[in-house]
Design a protein around this ligand. Sequence first.
Ligand code: FRU
Length: 491
Amino acid sequence: MITKNRIQQAEEALQQTKESMNERFRLGYHIMAPANWINDPNGLVQYKGEYHVFYQHHPYDENWGPMHWGHVKSKDLVHWEHLPIALAPGDVCDSDGCFSGSAVDNDGELTLIYTGHHYTDKEKDIFYQNQNIAVSTDGVTFEKVGENPVIAAPPEDSTHHFRDPKVWKHEDSWYMILGNQSIEEQSGRVILYKSSNLRKWEYIGVLAQSDGSHGFMWECPDFFELDGKYVLMLSPQGMEADGDNYNNLYQTGYFIGDYNYETNQFKHGSFIELDHGHDFYAVQTFLDDKGRRIAIGWMDMWEADMPTKKDGWCGALTLPRELKLTSDNKILMNPVEELILLRELEHDVCSNKSISESYLVEEKGDLLEVQVVFDLEQTTASAVGLKIKGEKEEETVLSFQLAEQKLTLDCSKSGKKEDGIRRTLLESNNKISFRVFIDRSSIEVFANEGQTTMTSRIYPTEGRVGIELFAEGGEAFVADCTYWNLKDVWK
Ligand code: FRU
């Protein structure tokens, strides 16, 4: 079948599912597919002045399957518009899936670089992977090029895990990194290729490799300069949990260091986890025309309980977040400034107010941004925080434990019964600020101006009664609390 028909067929399948979809958990201001399954963000790029985001998509089912590339675009990173599916699998170069990849603007030609997935024995999950290209000049319809696959096979010292190309330009050359696994150590690594024309690629070598403690495979790598340093972001599979760290099935994090293009030497520090919630994976970034490094992740986790499958859809992407580097080489992640466009009604709850036990703000809305600043110098409580409260039992609780300097997100009473709690260290310096985005079935927490973030899906079933500020074992001094009802951009 020719690609166009495959895309039409997939669009029809989406349309059908859409008609019977249960909307209860649909998000109001996050990127989702019109219906059915999505995972990783792909091909983040600005093209002809608009932001384009693609995503791994199975338009025929609420479960993962033969991967297509779904597509949305936006002028402001806030209001998104669905475009037709960009890539459908089934050609010789991508017989069983168009896996994750990236996009570049090659002098007006929007170029997608993606992995072709091929089963040799599907039952036993035996497969091979290659790298391919598709191009467009209108930013809507894409042609797979005749030269595909542009990289047919991995280097000899590699297993069959060979995917997720991230391409960028440096001086006059194109570079591509790929997630990969070495045969000898059976561990994750990132390998590098170089090209002058995006079609012919030369293998350069290994850019970074696990020291044995970073899992068996590295997925979705990204490599970029940030405030004078180089950052390698990646999603390792198979890291052991270590106290509060690496508690999800798979991880997302980064190494920071210095890089030499001449020698392909990347000297870096230790691995740092990027987000401390339950549902954050396969993050990708791009540089926009304002010079911002913007990251978007998949807001779910492999093998997690995903109750929206029953509703005819599954998966979403995180809010776009701007990255900055601190002087001690840690990444700060904050919502892009355009997100204030979501704000509708503003509510000034209180400022400079001492609360003991609890202070309830009645608010039934489920699309909210809440900002709270606690002054800890004037706080006697052992823990302070906020709860998003349901009518009966349900609540999502964000709290800070002063003695331990720990931030805790507890979703065990909002749909994550089994493994509801995530915790992480947060240096308070006598002040704790939370910026929290609630969107029906998601919560994203930016603490202390992006020092720590926590991203989780929640699945409340009761109506909401409000936002409760609370103090445990004493009083909490609230320097400021403001919240906004947010707009549903899909309506
Ligand atoms: C990451 C990942 C990628 C792969 C894609 C397949 O979540 O496993 O490595 O390309 O998903 O959908």
